[in-house]
Design a protein around this ligand. Structure first.
Ligand SMILES: Nc1ncnc2c1ncn2[C@@H]1O[C@H](COP(=O)(O)OP(=O)(O)OP(=O)(O)O)[C@@H](O)[C@H]1O
Length: 267
């Protein structure tokens, strides 16, 4: 395990799912999945199309409520809690499709990620006094740090819609980081990227774990990337967990080789 100390492996989990079941009109999207994500861990979920990966993200972030099982975040049950409440607890998420305000600049999109942390009211902001002014300066500073961290400086004042795809995805990552998350969910972070963009993203994902110390759950189809980056991997198929382990353990698991990965992983 690259990024995890023994201490982290024994520390209280950041997130924990226990025996989660979720069905849609008879379709079992998630069928008895359990896992925990530890501090400083990069945890990957892989599986074929329709395996239930996105459904697991939706369960974690409160979009779907499972019919059975428990879901904890930061030691608290979050079952039935609304997505915005869970986000406010520190769970940030990026999506398969870019979800940014394309007419706004990079800086403004990142500022929107800070709104969880804004405590001043409309009137104060309008009058531009005290707390409002002080907080605005702090938020700008936090956003500038993210711009540096993700190497976005050259695009900072440009509307996001004009930027190359890979950079837009990086801005989305930045907006999630602007929330100062305690857990980051990345849904297919390199989908549609070319080789160079994929390598850049891999580097940033590792930096987020190692330098910012933010634990990450990543759903990704790029096997090479998953096996290179993840500390542990959960393999699901038709909603059912097949194995959880280090990339080495997972790649050697006979059910995984047979049912899903085939020769892809060894190549
Ligand atoms: N809102 C929904 N209503 C009905 N069925 C759904 C819904 N969301 C997911 N499903 C079904 O649940 C199963 C799991 O879907 P899910 O999107 O979680 O898989 P996935 O592993 O993320 O797939 P992909 O890799 O294609 O994104 C599929 O059979 C899907 O059709």
């Amino acid at each position: 395990m690259v990024g995890m100390t023994d201490q982290a492996a024994h520390a209280a989990p950041v997130a924990r799912l226990d025996d989660v079941h979720l069905s849609f009109a008879g379709v079992k999207a998630v069928n008895g999945v359990s896992f925990e994500v530890r501090p400083s861990e990069l945890f990957a979920i892989i599986g074929p199309n329709g395996a239930g990966k996105t459904s697991l993200f939706n369960v974690l972030s409160g979009v779907y409520r499972p019919q059975q099982g428990s879901v904890e975040f930061m030691g608290e049950s979050i079952l039935g809690r609304r997505p915005h409440r869970i986000a406010a607890m520190g769970m940030a998420r990026t999506f398969q499709n870019i979800a940014l305000f394309e007419h706004l600049t990079v800086l403004d999109n990142l500022m929107l990620g800070r709104h969880q942390h804004i405590t001043y009211g409309f009137l104060q902001a309008f009058a531009w006094v005290g707390t409002a002014r002080r907080q605005e300066v702090e938020h700008r500073q936090a956003v500038e740090e993210i711009v540096d961290f993700l190497e976005l400086a050259q695009w900072r004042s440009m509307p996001v819609g004009l930027l190359p795809y890979g950079v837009q995805k990086r801005v989305e990552l930045g907006r999630a980081l602007a929330m100062e998350p305690k857990l980051l969910l990345l849904d297919e972070p390199v989908a549609g990227m070319n080789q160079e963009e994929t390598e850049d993203t891999a580097r940033f994902v590792l930096d987020i774990r190692d330098e910012l110390d933010v634990p990450i759950i990543m759903v990704e189809h790029d096997m090479g990337l998953v096996m290179d980056l993840a500390d542990r991997v959960l393999v699901v198929d038709f909603g059912t967990p097949i194995v959880t382990g280090t990339p080495d353990e997972v790649q050697r698991h006979p059910d995984v080789v047979r049912a899903y990965l085939g020769s892809e992983v060894g190549s």
